[in-house]
Unconditional design. Structure first.
Length: 275
């Protein structure tokens, strides 16, 4: 804790308490909090000292004014003991009024000014009370209107709720009445859709045996036949240079030609199916 904070603590709380705080060895955060407390209580102490000094000053002025007034009364031979009962009461009332008004000089001007300030304060208070009363009355009228309108609103809400329930029940009844008819219409529409779809397929020349899978199989079979046909042609070409006296070769050629004819017939049939 630094020396400046220690001096501030001493001025506000006294040297003993400042020494105790200094011996604690507090950190920066604690010192910051302590500095804020010193500032706050220092301001409070300064305010109290100022108020005390002002009260002492006013008391001294009041005593001096009372002594001056007493001296003036003594100059003219008037003492409190020689005053009448009414004079003593008036003098006491004047002193009490000056004390209540916080005046050190009981003159006509100071008393009039003090009474004027009090009258203005009373007028402000009366005005605030009138405004508050007006606001309270306005709120009370609004509350009365709301309370009087509450039954009407409740009746309107009840009527709206009943109408909503009736509409909901009517809609539910209508849905139940028309649900069977709607389901029957949907079934008829689906059946008609299937019929039209089949009719469209037949009109386009579609046949179940010409599905994609069957067409793929036919295409593969045609490719195989075409390959066998090409192989047979190559074998026939290899026999073109043989002499005609060779009976075995002629027989083989005849067999190959018959096989070629069979393959060509199968190929034409497959092509017709594809068409």
């Amino acid at each position: 804790m630094d020396a400046e904070l220690t001096r501030e603590l001493s001025s506000v709380f006294g040297e003993a308490l400042a020494s105790q705080f200094a011996a604690c060895g507090m950190g920066q955060d604690a010192a910051q909090v302590l500095r804020l407390l010193v500032t706050f209580f220092g301001a409070r102490k300064a305010q109290r000292d100022h108020q005390q000094a002002e009260m002492e000053r006013q008391a001294a002025e009041y005593k001096a004014e009372a002594a001056r007034l007493q001296q003036q009364l003594e100059y003219v031979g008037v003492t409190p003991e020689r005053l009448s009962v009414a004079g003593s009461a008036a003098l006491g009332g004047l002193a009490a009024a000056a004390s209540e008004l916080g005046l050190t000089t009981a003159s006509d001007a100071s008393l009039a000014a003090a009474w004027t300030v009090l009258s203005l304060d009373d007028m402000r208070i009366a005005l605030l009370q009138a405004k508050a009363g007006h606001q309270v009355a306005s709120l009370q009228r609004a509350l009365d209107r709301a309370q009087s309108a509450a039954p009407v609103m409740q009746q309107a809400l009840a009527a709206a709720s009943a109408q909503l329930d009736s509409t909901d029940a009517h809609v539910k009844d209508g849905l139940q009445a028309h649900m069977a008819m709607l389901q029957a219409k949907v079934a008829r529409y689906k059946a008609q859709e299937h019929k039209l779809s089949d009719r469209l397929k037949n009109a386009a020349g579609w046949r179940p045996e010409l599905s994609h899978h069957s067409l793929v199989k036919l295409s593969a079979a045609n490719d195989q036949l075409d390959k066998q046909l090409k192989d047979t042609h190559r074998q026939l070409d290899s026999y073109k240079g043989l002499p005609p006296s060779q009976v075995g070769a002629e027989l083989r050629v005849r067999q190959l030609r018959e096989h070629l004819t069979s393959l060509q017939a199968q190929l034409q049939l497959g092509m017709a199916n594809l068409d």
